[in-house]
Ligand binder design. Structure first.
Ligand code: PLP
Length: 396
């Protein structure tokens, strides 16, 4: 596969494993074992069973009739919002917790920004009876109280990161420090297609269940296993990577990656890495990231916490640079309008992240007889406070 990771962990010139020497044994243990373990029949049997009966897979591929009429093309929604815990993230945490168990690890650590990955990690730790420590910036702990409460209720210890800007990147630094100090018994569950090799490839493979199901569902509904377009939002890029995966080498399928423009590309308050990013190393891999002239990471901004990340995974940097995927950016306001539109036309309240993908529907140029699959990465329950603040429910 032309867009698959190479033996050294690179996608074109992006990727690799740029880690401190102290971390090398942990990453190497994972690199040597992940594929072997993931494709053992007994592992697959356990994973598939849990995805079906616990997570609720396969998720439906729903033909959105009224949305299709509005955009004059055939639109299907891949309903990742119907997964347990409300988004695609559990596809990955379920896979990684089973891997951690196979490696004999007793203690799980994770970092989280908005808390969605923290909740998905705390959930699978409760399920498996493993200790769970979630690092989270002090500022994010204040901003995301409901998810902090969920994690604690699920039995996780939430540790505040109190250095720097006290947000996601500081939480990541704390998690890495913990892993260095506890190399034997601890497994680090990363929440997107970021980090040193093999994480981007491993997380992509766990999320690839999305496009695997799409192929069978499209075959049944459309008589062919591929759409003309796949559209997905990109924070780190895991839901997009999973939705694109089985179509990467099929040029008849156009891949559309949608980033958060925040207040606007040129506003200084944005998270549109494909437009604003330059090549550099972040969280252990070479990729595109938003940085100053002297290489300091720029604080990103988006109304949607899941897209508020200063980089993209190395696969997406490669898809961007090679032109295999088309990148679009959507502002806060455009995303909010898309939330209302889907809610009113289809009775589905989407997550703010997913609404960015929805807002790109009028920019892709799909024709009336073409088929578009939009990956609806999550549900809007977690964003209700934002919706209540921004919308006036007085009929207009
Ligand atoms: C976390 C999250 C995202 C962004 O993460 P990716 O790794 O880019 O998929 C998108 N949508 C929802 C609902 C999320 O919770």
């Amino acid at each position: 596969m032309k867009y698959a990771v190479d033996d050294n962990g690179f996608y074109g010139k992006f990727g690799g494993a740029y880690v401190p020497e102290m971390l090398y044994p942990n990453v190497e243990e994972l690199r040597q074992n992940y594929l072997k373990i993931m494709y053992e029949p007994a592992f697959q049997e356990e994973l598939q069973g849990l995805l079906k009966d616990y997570v609720g897979r396969p998720t439906p591929l729903y033909f959105a009739k009224r949305l299709s009429e509005k955009y004059n093309t055939k639109i299907y929604l891949k309903r990742e919002d119907l997964n347990h815990t409300g988004a695609h993230k559990i596809n990955n945490t379920m896979g990684q917790i089973l891997l951690a168990k196979r490696l004999g690890k007793k203690r799980i650590i994770a970092e989280t920004g908005a808390g969605q990955h923290g909740v998905a990690t705390a959930t699978v730790c409760a399920l498996m009876g493993l200790e769970c420590i979630v690092y989270m910036g002090e500022v994010d702990i204040e901003r995301q109280a409901p998810n902090v409460a969920r994690m604690k209720m699920l039995g996780a210890t939430v540790v505040p990161a109190i250095s720097g800007s006290r947000t996601l990147k500081d939480a990541t630094n704390e998690a890495i420090r913990d892993w260095i100090n506890n190399p034997e018994n601890t497994y680090y569950i990363i929440g997107s297609v970021v980090g040193p090799h093999p994480y981007p490839d491993m997380v992509t493979r766990f999320q690839a269940v999305i496009s695997e199901e799409m192929m069978a569902q499209l075959q049944e509904k459309e008589g062919r296993d591929y759409p003309d377009y796949v559209v997905a939002c990109v924070g780190g890029g895991s839901n997009a990577a999973g939705a694109f995966y089985h179509y990467l080498d099929r040029p008849e399928v156009k891949l559309v990656a949608v980033e958060a423009a925040g207040m606007g590309i040129d506003s200084g308050e944005s998270a549109a890495t494909s437009v604003l990013g330059k090549e550099g190393v972040i969280h252990g891999s070479r990729t595109l990231l938003m940085q100053t002239e002297d290489g300091q990471v720029v604080e990103p901004y988006s109304i949607s916490a899941g897209l508020d990340y200063p980089g993209v995974g190395p696969l997406h940097a490669h898809l961007h640079q090679s032109g295999r995927a088309i990148f679009k950016s959507i502002t806060d306001e455009e995303a909010l309008q898309a939330v209302l539109e889907l809610t009113k036309l289809e009775g589905i309240i989407p997550a703010l992240e997913s609404a960015h993908a929805l807002a790109a529907l009028d920019r892709i140029g799909a024709k009336p007889d073409e088929v578009v699959v939009l990956n609806l990465s999550g549900r809007g329950d977690k964003d209700l406070a934002t919706y209540l603040k921004r919308f006036h429910f007085d009929g207009e």
